[in-house]
Design a protein around this ligand. Structure first.
Ligand code: ATR
Length: 289
């Protein structure tokens, strides 16, 4: 069979992939990745697995036993899964979180594609240059770490990380090599003041995600008109945070682009082929509407 022959579906050569999380049934990764396999005529199948914390080790044993080639990792496993892998890529190690596993002939290697996927999306869709900017990042979990790491490479003037639990923000700021960027942690109590001075405000928490669509991590009028409001959430496409920000005269940047590009980078690590980004985006948009 040539690469361009229309495929007939799953057969005895199909290579397995998947995404793990808790919860997971909301995930659009399977439809996006299966479209990417169809588009490139790769014989792969990608499923969603509901893996609770107490099943994580069993799952990784299953990956090894079944020869699952690639896994995406989402909430709440991005930190803990690192202990179960054979090798952690340099970027993922610096971030302290893994969202993509490559199974290289039984050797499991952890990567982080969240940060690079996010920054590419932010620059393409909302802020072409981040140099000299003051950026506020809300949340200090696995996704936040990846994003702050990638943002630091873009030479902003200042990044302030706030979190409901301040200790986590402090740990995050202290553990990354800031390379000349002012990197600080702050309590959520100071968000109003910080937002008033920020060029870019990024929500990395789940506040505002479906079904809690009437929640927002900030009050709209805290934002500086003309600033970029950016949300990692892609369901809904436009969160309350982004709607309020637009009312305030801000540029809204949703999480769909990050979602597509983190998946595109994962696809490329697994298959060695360029990801069909436009088709992936079309598929996810259709599913969300
Ligand atoms: P992810 O990989 O998506 O970052 P995570 O590592 O579990 O997931 O991190 C979740 C982040 O969202 C954390 O910053 C968390 O704050 P805490 O460290 O205080 O738990 C934040 N978060 C989740 N729900 C929140 C809520 N209702 N209000 C404020 N912050 C919330």
């Amino acid at each position: 069979m040539t690469g361009h022959t229309a495929r007939q579906g799953i057969d005895s050569h199909t290579v397995l992939y998947g995404v793990i999380g808790d919860p997971i049934r909301h995930s659009k990764s399977p439809i996006m990745m299966n479209r990417a396999f169809r588009e490139t005529a790769i014989n792969g199948a990608y499923a969603a697995f509901h893996i609770t914390d107490n099943k994580l080790e069993d799952f990784i044993r299953g990956v090894r036993a079944m020869g699952i080639r690639g896994v995406n990792v989402t909430i709440p496993h991005k930190l803990r899964v690192m202990d179960l892998l054979d090798e952690i890529h340099e970027g993922a190690r610096a971030i302290g979180a893994v969202n993509t596993i490559v199974n290289d002939n039984g050797r499991l290697i952890g990567y982080n594609t969240d940060g690079i996927g996010y920054v590419r999306s932010l620059k393409e869709e909302a802020a072409p240059s981040l140099e000299g900017k003051h950026i506020v990042v809300i949340g200090a979990g696995g996704a936040s770490r990846g994003i702050v790491y990638a943002l630091l490479q873009e030479k902003p003037a200042r990044i302030t990380v706030t979190n409901r639990t301040i200790q986590r923000a402090e740990e995050l700021a202290a553990s990354l090599e800031s390379g000349g960027v002012q990197l600080a942690a702050s309590s959520s109590d100071r968000l109003e003041e910080l937002c008033g001075d920020a060029d870019i405000v990024i929500n990395t928490t789940s506040v505002g995600m479906f079904p809690q669509v009437d929640q927002s991590p900030v009050t709209g009028h805290w934002l500086k008109p003309g600033a970029v409001a950016s949300d990692l959430i892609y369901n809904p496409l436009k969160t309350k945070f982004l709607r309020d920000a637009e009312q305030q005269g801000c540029i809204a940047h949703g999480g769909l682009g990050m979602f597509i590009y983190q998946g595109a980078y994962a696809f490329e690590y697994w298959t060695g082929q360029p990801a069909p980004v436009a088709a992936m985006k079309e598929e996810v948009l259709a599913a969300l509407q």
